[in-house]
Design a protein around this ligand. Structure first.
Ligand code: ZN
Length: 463
């Protein structure tokens, strides 16, 4: 049995918004939190602890949950340097940036690209991530090696052919094989969700097949839904009932369903989320790039669980928290109403619920998994004055990923005082750089020769 004691913590944010302990301690046995309380009350554990962390200058809080990301796609951002004009919307972003990058990824690059993204997340305090990526088997191997809690969601799509795809049936079979091999691996730290890319880029029969596969293995289902105003308008021109009602009619909604973005929902559609217990993952970094903001206060008031995602491996959850609070401050007055600490709730407990992990992570309580981060208060004076009642708000507004000192996942210490314990940072960066260079050379060559970068198979928004 491995054991760890965090003691003398200046503050422990046990649960939100105000359950905050001063001079606290946490004792961890294997993967679970055994005890939380005043340091003096837990002193008897110290002789039994393999590792003791003195957190006198630290704030201790639940690890952050990124409810939507594409972890292995850092190379995609090289294309932003070659844009001849600003992106005009989601369709334009997919055509000029996302699909060309996705359709290139060879199997040999998958592990290295994933590891770079996982490392970014780890260093900025994300302990759990929902990861949409291709190459389901390599994604599983990287997730295990990363040390993070990862829900892998291999990307499935019928409108175009991802690298080396032998067709949608084969893609689905490879996802199923990865579920059999990796779901529940590393003491349950790695799980799978069936992910149809979007309801407009997958054939209807395929959406049903994806949902059936999720049911067969009792895992979650996910898709990108109602991301932008453009998408919503186009969807309604093809499916008059709207894309959310269509998802409901196709049997895609339910308590194990997670819908990324969900920015453009009317009252009836929010009610469908609430009725079915479906969760949403709002991603302010990318949603705002395309001019969209989810109506979070209204969704929550209607009983919809809304988690927070970054949608990209180069962002961190602190930035996403700040984004969502700022965006709701500039929304029309009737659409405001976010409590200042709500983004932190979205980034912890709501994210946990979105991934159906609410009984395991999201708060620091005995019996829960030991997914814990610390913030170095000597480094971040913006978190002062240290008044317990405002800490949750200050973390939301003034926290940065760069101040995260220690990261513990499933009881394993992955970063101590900003030093990665298991991962070789330089080697991970060097390997990923090699693939990014290769991708860029491929991209420039294809552009020069006028070759198509995206192997389309059928139009999107099929009636
Ligand atoms: Zn996405």
């Amino acid at each position: 049995m491995k054991t760890m004691l965090i003691k003398n913590a200046r503050f422990i944010v046990q649960s939100l918004p105000f359950n905050i302990l001063e001079n606290g301690a946490i004792y961890i046995e294997d993967s679970h939190i055994q005890a939380v309380g005043p340091t003096a009350d837990l002193a008897h554990y110290e002789p039994m602890a393999d590792v003791v962390i003195d957190a006198s200058d630290k704030l201790v809080m639940p690890g952050l949950v990124d409810a939507h990301n594409h972890v292995g796609e850092c190379h995609m951002f090289t294309l932003f340097g070659f844009l001849a004009s600003p992106l005009t919307g989601i369709g334009d972003a997919l055509d000029r940036v996302v699909w060309p990058a996705w359709c290139w990824i060879p199997e040999e690059a998958a592990y290295d690209l994933e590891m770079l993204g996982f490392m970014h997340l780890l260093k900025s305090g994300t302990t759990t991530v929902q990861d949409c990526f291709m190459w389901p088997d390599e994604a599983g191997r990287a997730a295990v090696d990363s040390g993070l809690r990862v829900e892998n969601s291999p990307t499935l799509v019928t409108s175009l052919r991802l690298k080396d795809s032998k067709g949608p049936e084969d893609d689905l079979a490879r996802t199923e094989a990865a579920i059999q091999k990796w779901h529940g691996a590393a003491n349950g730290r790695v799980t799978y969700r069936v992910h149809a890319s979007a309801t407009y880029n997958c054939h209807e029969w395929f959406l049903k097949e994806c949902a059936a596969l999720a049911n067969r293995y009792d895992v979650g289902f996910a898709t990108h839904l109602a991301e932008s105003v453009d998408e919503s308008k186009r969807a309604r021109s093809v499916w008059p009932e709207g894309e959310v009602r269509r998802a409901y009619d196709l049997g895609l909604m339910g308590p194990k369903s997670l819908f990324f973005h969900s920015c453009v929902l009317n009252d009836e559609e929010m009610a469908l989320y609430a009725e079915t217990g479906s969760s949403a993952a709002h991603c302010p970094p990318t949603n705002s790039m395309l001019g969209n903001v989810a109506y979070v206060p209204k969704m929550m008031a209607m009983g919809v669980n809304v988690g927070l995602g970054t949608d990209m491996p180069t962002h961190d959850m602190f930035k996403a928290m700040l984004s969502v609070s700022q965006q709701h401050a500039i929304m029309p007055r009737e659409m405001r109403g976010l409590m200042p600490w709500t983004p932190l709730e979205m980034a912890t407990v709501n994210g946990a619920r979105a991934l159906n992990l609410q009984d395991e992570i999201g708060t620091l309580e005995p019996g829960k998994k030991a997914d814990i981060i610390t913030i170095d208060l000597s480094r971040n004076t913006r978190l002062f004055p240290l008044i317990p009642q405002v800490l949750s708000t200050f973390i939301t507004v003034n926290g940065t990923g760069a101040d995260v000192a220690d990261v513990i996942v499933d009881g394993d210490l992955l970063m101590r005082d900003q030093q990665l314990v298991h991962l070789d940072e330089q080697a991970i960066m060097a390997r990923a750089q090699g693939w990014a260079d290769e991708f860029l050379a491929y991209y420039m060559d294809m552009v020069e020769r006028g070759e198509p970068l995206i192997p389309y198979i059928h139009d999107e928004f099929q009636p």
